[in-house]
Design a protein. Structure first.
Length: 506
């Protein structure tokens, strides 16, 4: 999931895109950076240029297929994801989440008398040209009503789907020229990525850790470099000493030793990394080897239980930021986040043996928004009516899984009334929520931390307490590792409010 300030996501989405471009097609992604061939480097350049050239937003919208895929007893939808090619684990599981959600809804009788037929699960093979071709196939040949479950490093079909007003839902890890191509495209937690607005969360964490000298590291590709701009601008704005900045760490993995040497000379006590997971593991290893394990780390890539199981020493103590609830919340606070509980339960039921993942959660969220819109418009189902209804939603949380998404403004660089994230820290072999929001008066505690939408003129940075209305809460004590087995009335009410229109009765 991506990191947010306001409704402008940054970093992990583009880093996932970077990871996919970086590793040669057909190769497994190594956990540690090593040598790369010239072919791989050329592929990066070629793909980046191709992506830039394919910013195919258009101002002309056709509604000729307004009721395509709509039948008396079913609605036909399709998906478009990278099931083969490099780093498929970052994309392919989106179908698991979509399918689990639709299976659940269909078992309850469908939506307004219609089942959801997830008939077409296409594979663009991580190929930009094939992605564009398959988007046309879904519309012109398969005549789907909507595309639910897009997850690809090169969403070049975005413009065609937008120009045909096809409701489209997916994992937004692509340039704004793609997901922000039109109001019918819905990323899992917003459709616009911003990079330069000061990121309050990074500044807040630096203040809480009493950091005096901060370093920022990025790889020498634009996707990684752009991801750090928000943190850099926040440190400058709020008077946190930016002791060392290196946005040119070579792709081949060299340069980290020199960077760590500079960090030691500059007395750095906190580092923000916009590098990929492999480089982050290397960075942490070098810090430990050089006796600098006391330097606090914030990674924008690496919230991955498999990585933590493999590298607990290197990742111990590292901080992460998420927009969604961490999966661990379901175990730490059972019954207090019903939306997350339902996701995990349905994944176990309909996708047995598949571990919950960020892509599968994105697919679940996509399907939830799609079905919520269908319930809003009733039996008179058209693409135009669905898109219009969805763009009136001001506080979508997928049943309490997300901080609220305001779809009235989330297709572009507009101001959202929410600026919320969850802070996570790796502790041993577990990810644990930290800097959680305490209860205040009648307002419950929450894993989420919310910050002012209007940027403060100076530090220190303060969180919003109590939480803004609609931000998913839980009632049980944050100091408890187990919580309670019962669902709090406030939490259950939030779940029913957002989720009853998505998974309840007809």
């Amino acid at each position: 999931m991506r990191l947010f300030f306001g409704r402008m996501p940054i970093v992990p989405g583009f880093l996932r895109l970077f990871n996919t471009l970086f590793y040669a097609k057909g190769k497994d992604r190594p956990r540690m950076l090593g040598k790369r061939s010239a072919v791989a480097g050329s592929a990066v350049v070629a793909c980046v240029l191709l992506l830039a050239a394919c910013g195919n937003a258009t101002s002309v919208t056709s509604t000729k297929g307004n009721t395509d895929g709509v039948f008396p007893n079913k609605i036909v939808v399709g998906g478009l994801a990278s099931l083969t090619g490099p780093v498929t684990g970052d994309f392919a599981p989106i179908y698991q989440g979509v399918k689990a959600y639709f299976d659940m809804v269909n078992a309850q009788g469908g939506v307004n008398g219609r089942k959801i037929d997830f008939a077409y699960k296409l594979d663009d093979q991580s190929d930009p040209s094939l992605d564009s071709q398959l988007a046309r196939t879904l519309v012109d040949q398969d005549h789907v009503f909507a595309v639910v479950g897009v997850a690809t490093p090169s969403f070049t079909g975005a413009g065609y789907l937008a120009s045909n007003d096809v409701p489209t839902f997916g994992l937004d890890v692509n340039p704004n020229s793609q997901w922000a191509a039109g109001p019918s495209l819905f990323g899992e937690d917003g459709s616009y990525q911003g990079f330069t607005s000061p990121q309050l969360q990074a500044a807040y964490l630096a203040e809480k850790l009493n950091a005096k000298n901060v370093a920022v590291l990025a790889l020498d590709v634009s996707q990684s470099q752009q991801g750090c701009q928000g943190a850099i601008n926040a440190f400058k704005r709020y008077g946190i000493n930016l002791a060392y900045t290196n946005l040119d760490i070579p792709l081949i993995g060299t340069g980290l030793h020199a960077a760590v040497t500079r960090m030691a000379a500059d007395h750095v006590d906190m580092v923000v990394s916009c590098m990929d997971e492999s480089a982050n593991i290397n960075l942490s290893s070098i810090l430990q080897q050089d006796g600098l394990s006391n330097i606090k780390q914030l990674w924008y890539n690496g919230y991955d239980q498999q990585a933590l199981d493999k590298y607990p020493s290197q990742m111990n103590g590292v901080y992460f930021l998420l927009l969604n609830l961490p999966f661990e919340a379901a175990q730490l606070y059972p019954g207090t986040y019903p939306g997350l509980d339902t996701f995990i339960k349905m994944m176990n039921k309909y996708e047995p043996g598949k571990l919950p993942s960020q892509p599968s959660l994105a697919g679940w969220v996509n399907a939830d928004l799609f079905v919520k819109g269908l319930r809003m418009i009733g039996r008179d189902v058209t693409r135009t009516r669905l898109v219009s209804a969805l763009n009136t939603i001001s506080d979508f949380t997928a049943g309490g899984i997300l901080a609220p998404v305001d779809w009235r403004v989330s297709h572009g660089p507009n101001t959202s009334p929410y600026n919320c994230t969850s802070f996570i820290q790796a502790q041993g072999t577990r990810f644990v929520p930290v800097f959680t929001t305490p209860a205040s008066g009648n307002a419950p505690a929450s894993v989420f931390s919310c910050f002012p939408v209007k940027l403060p003129t100076r530090g220190p940075i303060h969180r919003i307490v109590p939480l803004p209305k609609g931000v998913p809460p839980y009632i049980t004590s944050l100091s408890s590792n187990a919580g309670t087995t019962g669902t709090s009335s406030a939490s259950a009410a939030l779940y029913r409010q957002d989720h009853s229109t998505a998974v309840g009765g007809r």
